[in-house]
Ligand binder design. Structure first.
Ligand code: G6P
Length: 614
């Protein structure tokens, strides 16, 4: 995680960098820092623990002049969040400053070797090793900055996106990438660099996605140059950016999370557009149709993901098994990569990731490819690493998701997985034209169903007041509602810091039932589906033990509505489409509880949106 930004041009670099850091704060907010080369030739480095606003306060009376600079927002890995561990780190002679996103795995060996040569360290970070190593090489080899960076990177094992500036060289930034994202923006008279393109959308839409193993030489007034670690030059492929500034603002909502929850009718419409056609009669996913043979011969599908994307993937399992009759397994990418997976060319691996940058998911993809599996990506961020590393895939097209707790990306992922299952099921002749049309017809109405569900907001806000101070929550569901229960519990944990457990409702009697009392509310997701009568029993079991129940049920429900303490009714629809709808009240419930508790819902403690470390 961590976010890096860089600027060189005619504008005040500090302003551009601070604006950029605010956009990248979703990547971590343990500390922030900036390094600027002043017009007088000083290298000014300012850092502050905590959010970017702390850095701004700290810099109020400082010299922030300069037309070149780099900046960083940190999610702590090596060393506690503190001023001294904050980036940028600088070389002992104070000439070179560096920001880094990633981890240097062999930092200890390098650090010991540098210390033997008399080098002194001031932080506990792995990053400081890199800047001291660059300085050491620069001085001892009497080489240029780019040569020193290249030589240093040849000695480094790990993941990095870095940007380096030098006091005596105010017309140059050197940047490089290995396994952590890095994008360069090309303006009329300036260059921008960042972990993603959001820091510079208002300045340019010409972008270059730096590849693994590339070093970018960014020089004022000269074309961008890309070199590899053997100093070979590669062509610069400029792409057009597809996001707009309005997508990055709150648009009148108090928080990004609430905006993103309420955007879902639109984001789902964007996700479906062009994919469910002819009034719902056909479902088209080009990523599948262009690789028809691979999907037809698949003997197994393996879904790999992390966090919320893993919950969406678990729903993918239910959908794909139901509609395509292919065995499906769902793996945490972090476990999968070290589990000696057995795959071959008859397997399809589907990697699901909002950011398209999650390190574990990327590693899982590499393993799957190396074993001959066909790898399909489901991502949100256009041009991110996962879509570039997969054989084929589908974007969810829900626009930038900034709130750290994922909402619209989850429903977008579930939507794409639903379309994927329908598309493959139809190709295999397992779903009739009539069934595709029936589902397609409902899918086209999903944006309206979501809109109706969002009308529950006020009742949920009132309900949230009753349970704000509960210390534990249980979320229960069966079948398609089980992954929804897991996701509902995760949302609550992430932003309100209340312990919550998601459980298959019928498994409750094998353990969690012991916890039930009047202090522990249960949220039961029970739309009208083929397991409805079964979950009624589970509802009774909770009630019999004095538990309070919040039930999410379908319009027209009577049985559970007669037992539960609080009932939230959502539109009735085919079973496989219910998760998108039933997850909406759970998003709102966790939002309101967290707000009642005064928590920062967009930037919950210890979390980050894009996890580019193992
Ligand atoms: C982090 C985020 C989650 C996200 C997970 C996987 O933990 O806070 O919201 O679900 O990473 O991220 P991805 O970008 O791969 O979906």
């Amino acid at each position: 995680m961590c976010g890096i930004v860089g600027y060189i041009g005619d504008e005040n670099a500090y302003k551009v960098l601070i604006g950029g850091l605010h956009r990248l704060e979703y990547r971590g907010y343990d500390s922030a820092g900036v390094a600027l080369v002043s017009p007088e030739g000083h290298l000014n480095v300012y850092k502050a623990r905590g959010k970017v606003s702390n850095l701004e306060n700290f810099c109020k009376d400082k010299n922030t002049d300069g037309l070149v600079g780099i900046a960083h927002t940190r999610w702590a890995t090596h060393g506690e969040p503190s001023d001294c561990n904050a980036h940028p780190h600088f070389s002992e002679d104070g000439n070179i400053a560096l920001v880094h996103n990633g981890t240097i795995e062999n930092y200890k060996i390098l650090k010991d070797a540098l210390m033997e040569h008399g080098c002194k360290f001031h932080s506990e970070t792995d990053t400081e090793v890199l800047v001291q190593l660059i300085e050491y090489i620069r001085i001892n080899n009497k080489c240029s900055l780019v040569d020193a960076v290249r030589e240093a990177l040849r000695q480094v094992v790990g993941a990095y996106a870095i940007a380096v500036i030098e006091k005596n060289n105010p017309d140059t930034i050197i940047a490089a990438r290995q396994s952590s994202p890095l994008v360069i923006g090309i303006g009329d008279n300036d260059f921008f660099l960042a972990s993603d393109a959001t820091p510079f959308v208002e300045f340019t839409d010409n972008v270059v996605y730096v590849e693994d193993g590339q070093i970018a030489v960014i020089k004022r007034g000269e074309p961008l140059k890309l070199l590899d670690l053997d100093n070979r030059e590669s062509t610069v492929d400029v792409k057009k950016l597809q996001i707009s500034i309005s997508q990055l603002e709150k648009g009148g909502y108090p928080h990004f999370m609430l905006k993103e929850i309420f955007e879902q009718p639109e984001t789902l419409r964007d996700c479906i557009r062009g994919r469910v056609v002819d009034n719902g009669r056909r479902v088209i996913l080009n990523g599948v149709l262009d690789n028809k043979e691979r999907f037809l011969k698949a003997k197994r599908i393996v879904l790999v993901a992390c966090g919320t994307s893993w919950h969406a993937s678990l729903l993918g399992k239910y959908l794909l098994q139901d509609m395509c009759k292919i065995p499906v397994t769902v793996e945490y990418a972090s476990e999968f990569r070290y589990s000696n997976p057995v795959l071959d060319e008859n397997d399809i691996v589907i990697a699901v990731s909002q950011s398209g940058e999650t390190a574990d998911t990327l590693a899982a993809i590499k393993i799957a490819r190396s074993m001959g599996a066909f790898v399909y990506g489901i991502s949100n961020v256009v041009g991110s690493s996962i879509p570039r590393e997969t054989h084929s895939g589908t974007y969810i097209h829900v626009g930038p998701e900034i709130g750290v707790a994922s909402t619209k990306a989850f429903t977008g992922q579930v939507m794409v997985l639903t379309l994927l299952a329908i598309c493959i099921g139809h190709l295999k002749g397992l779903l009739s034209d009539h069934e595709v049309e029936r589902l397609g017809h409902h899918i086209l109405q999903i944006p309206d169903y979501v809109k109706r569900t969002l009308e529950l907001n006020e009742s949920i806000e009132r309900l949230s007041l009753i349970y704000t101070y509960a210390r534990n929550f249980l979320y229960l569901g069966r079948g398609y509602s089980y992954p929804v229960a897991l996701e509902g519990a995760l949302k609550l944990k992430e932003i309100s810091y209340i312990h919550a457990e998601g459980y298959p409702a019928a498994e409750m009697k094998h353990g969690p039932i012991a916890l039930i009392d009047s202090e522990m509310p249960s949220v039961i997701i029970a739309p009208k589906d083929h397991l409805y009568d079964k979950i009624v029993n589970n509802v009774q079991q909770v009630k019999a033990r004095g538990g309070n129940i919040i039930a999410i049920v379908s319009d027209g429900d009577e049985t559970i509505s007669g037992i539960a303490d609080h009932v939230l009714k959502v539109p009735d629809m085919p079973e496989c489409l219910t998760p998108i709808i039933t997850s909406i009240p759970l998003q709102l419930l966790s939002y309101h509880i967290a707000i009642n508790k005064g928590k920062d819902v967009d930037m919950p403690r210890n979390l980050a949106k894009s996890v580019t470390v193992e």
